[in-house]
Design a protein around this ligand. Structure first.
Ligand code: FES
Length: 118
């Protein structure tokens, strides 16, 4: 069974192959949404972009959907590491991954997940 490590929360959980990352986080009381966005989001339809996470082990998630690519590409704020950012509601787990919830803005080009893991 794949393992998902939520680095900010220091919590590792096992899940079924193909589990939805957003639902998995919610099931284990991991807060994906910052502030009031926990109430005002698109409920997993890939439209609001508020469930974005920074992922290490991207190859162990299903490929980005067209709308996910579009949503990340047209985000008002750029993180500088969009290739490592996923919308949790659109990602399904196929292997072990590390996930950083609510990634900060990447003003200086660092890779936050790797920095946190050190
Ligand atoms: S919950 Fe809105 S994009 Fe994922």
């Amino acid at each position: 069974m794949p393992k998902v490590t939520f680095t900010r929360e220091k919590k590792t959980v096992e899940c079924e192959q193909g589990a939805n990352l957003r639902l998995l986080a919610m099931e284990h009381e991991i807060q994906l949404y910052p502030g009031m966005k926990r109430y005002f989001n698109c409920r997993g339809h890939g439209q609001c972009g508020e469930c974005r996470v920074h992922v290490k082990g991207m190859e162990n998630l299903t490929p980005k959907t067209f709308f996910e690519r579009l949503r990340i590409a047209v985000s008002w704020f750029k993180f500088g590491h969009e290739h490592e950012v996923r919308l949790a509601c659109q990602a399904h787990v196929e292997g072990d991954v590390e996930v950083l919830t609510q990634p900060e803005f990447n003003w200086f080009g660092e890779r936050p997940l790797l920095k946190k893991a050190e």
